[in-house]
Each structure stands twice: as structure tokens, then as C-alpha cells.
Write a new protein. Sequence first.
Length: 480
Amino acid sequence: MFESKVLLVDDDPFILKALTKSLKKEIDLIETSESGEEALRKLDKECYHLVLADYKMPGMNGLEFLEKVKNLYPDTIRMMITMHSDIKIVMDAINQGEVYRFITKPWNTKELKSTIRQALSLAKLIEENKQMQQYIKNLIESSFDPIVVLNMEKKIQIFNKAAQDLSGYSLDEVKGKELKLLIDKNDMKKILDMLNHSDSPCRLESTIFKKDGKTKSIEISASRLKDSAKKIIGTICFVRDISEKKRLEAFKKEYETIVRHDLKNPLTSIIGYSDFLIKYIDKISKKEIKEFLNTIHKSGKNLLELIEASLDVDKLERGAFKKEYKKSDFIKILKKSLLHMDYLLKEKNVDIKILLNGAPLKGDETLEADINPTLIMRSLDNLIKNGIEASPKNGKVNIKISTNNDSLTVSIHNKEPISPEIQEHIFEPYSTFGKKGGSGLGLYGTKMAIDFHDGKINFTSTPEKGTTFTFTIPRFHPKK
């Protein structure tokens, strides 16, 4: 709520008293000073909307005082009261003190009140404008999106914190410079051309050149800034970092190409072997039929795993999995995962050894944890399958589970090392662990699944000690 504050300055206390009496119903707070020096001290401590000063005062006269007020407190409205009608005094007051109105002595109370009301209405507008400017400034500064404002000369005037964080430049480094410092000059020209031909906001994808020499993909939404008279006074640009979006688009394109190719291989086997069985089932032995069916079964399993992995990766990339956890028995999920590997375990005759907190798993243990069962199951499937496939026939895979009150740690070890070239990219999409026919999505999806649980996953691999993948996740999550 606007509360008017006025400072009356006159060396005559009777004049001050008379003015106060005339104006007390028009003003919320009136204070008085008997000299310009005293008034300046008050202005230094308190904000006033209006200062009304006598021209003729000992020491600092009214003109000198109001000129100082103009320089020190430009938003304070300045008025002069005088018995002089000298045109030079009037012109000096206008030019030097930018005086809003003159009041002559003796004054007409009705006219005085009307003038004061007008001045305070202006003061209210000035204060509201300042508040609005501060509000807009705070809004711009607190925005998570980078915002850049250009003046009519296309020079940067406002460059909020988000813009500074994105570009690496400070406001001082870019203020007064053109936007082509940050984006391609041809893109800047396209934006301005679109704005010149339409009143509507325009949108353009571009690349920002960061201070450290790196680049990022961005989307710029630009609009003209206009004053109350609809006159163009600048351009505001809202910038959005779309580098992740671009990465996902490229990922999706490459991903779809690889998945289409990878889907074709098991489907070709399924169709080819089933066609052969349909045509020649009466002419081949049971052993051959069993081999063909086993191949079809394995191809179907591979196909299902690929589809499930691709669906999980897609959902995790899009953030489509709700950040929700279910109280589950981790041991039960591990046993289900091992059942999924049954065909592979039999084929390679790999021995699985499981330790829970250092003791062999007996079979009746339970281990409660807050998890997403689907994602943890898929992670265990990927890690255990990798361990089995990497192991030689009659090999061993060791699974160690350790817990405390806060966390759950799982390590899966096999004796085969991973080549250094693959180690560098092990958790990246399409890193196939050196396997033929792998989609390259398993470990990438596993890492995202562990990240989803606010956990960590890492690995060690040496020719001497083999390979161990270890992930740790919080055992319990606080209820929201």
C-alpha cells in the first residue's frame, strides 16, 4: 500500500507550520526541515516521495538544494515555493533542479492541495514502476532458463545468471556487445529478420559458443520489447539448452537403426528353422528337431531380451519410470533372475556361487529392500548373463551380497577380463562387451537403472583377477 512521505523545507517555522496544516489531510507523513543541509541529512536516512523547498534560505538556497536532491535522489519529486517570479529563477529551477511545479507565496490552499495530489499520484506511479522493474529483474534473475535482453542497437543489456552459467561469460564480459559473440551471426540475422516481418515471437535452433571454446545446442525464442506507446525498445531472447534433446534424438535414430538390425537376426533364425521344420519334420531325427527347437527357443529369448532392454532404455531416457519404490524381497528377485538364465547355465555348465554377508545362501533367506523390482530384475539379468557368457564352459560366477542398515551392495565376478578398449566405453550405449550379437544396451540400461535408485555402479577388470561388477543402492527410501 502506498504511504506518501513529504519533506517540507523552509527557514521560516511559521511557513512550515502553515504548510503542514494545509496539507495534513493529503499526506500520510509530513516532516519538516529549516535548512537545506538538515533536509539532506534526513534524505540520507529516509526516502521521501516529494520535497517542497523555499527558494530563499540562508546558506544553501532552494535551487542549490533541489539540484543536489536531483543528483542524489532522482526519483524524488521536487517542487519549489517562492515569493519571486523572476523568470531566471524559474528557468534555473527547471534546468538545474528539474522542478515539477512552482508554488507562489501566498498560496491558494485549494490549488496547493490539487498540485500536491497530482505530484503524489506521479510519485505513486514512479514507486509502482520501480517495484515492477525490481519484480521483473528478480523474475529474470531467478529464471532457470537463460534470458538475454538486447537494446535497439542489438547490444546485450541484460544477461541473467542462467545465461552466465550456460555460456561461461559474466554480465560484465558481454554487456554492450552483440549477440554474435555467443551465436552464429547468420542465426542472429535470421531472428531479427523474422521479428521484422512479424509481430509474433519467433523460434530458432542454434549453437552457443561458450567461453571455454565448447558448444551447445540451444533453442532461442525471441520477442520484441515495447513501451506503453507500443514503440519497440529492444528484444528479449529466452534460451533453452537442447543439447540433451539433440543427444536423445541422435541416440534414438542410431538406436532404432541398430534395434531394427538386431531384431532381424533372431527373427531370421526363428523363421528359417521353423520353415525347415514345417517342411521336413517327418524326414529328420528327434535329435535334429530338438536342436532346431533349441535354436528357435534361444532366438526367441534373445529377441525378448532385446525388446525388453530397448523398452527399459527408452523409458529411462524419457524419464517415464515413476520415481517409486516397492518393498521387495531382493533374494526372491535374484532367484527369479537365475531362473531366466537356466537355459544358459545348462548350456555352458557354469556354477553359480552366492554369498549373503559372507555366508553361503541356504535357500530360505529373505532380504527386504525398497526397489523398483522390474529395473533391479533387468539389472541382475544383464550382469549375471554377461558373467555367464564371458565364462568358459564349466566356469564359475560368484555373486556376493552385503548389507547394512542403509545400503545394499551386489558384486558379480567371473574370471575373464575385459579388453582395455571396451573398458573405456563399458557403460555407453552399444558397447557390446566384446560379444557377437549383443545389443549394447544391457550395461547402459543397467547403469541408468542403478542411477534411478540413487545408487552407483562400477567395475574392475584385470587378467589376473578377472572382472567384477559392483553396484550399491540405498536399501530403504524415506516415504514422501
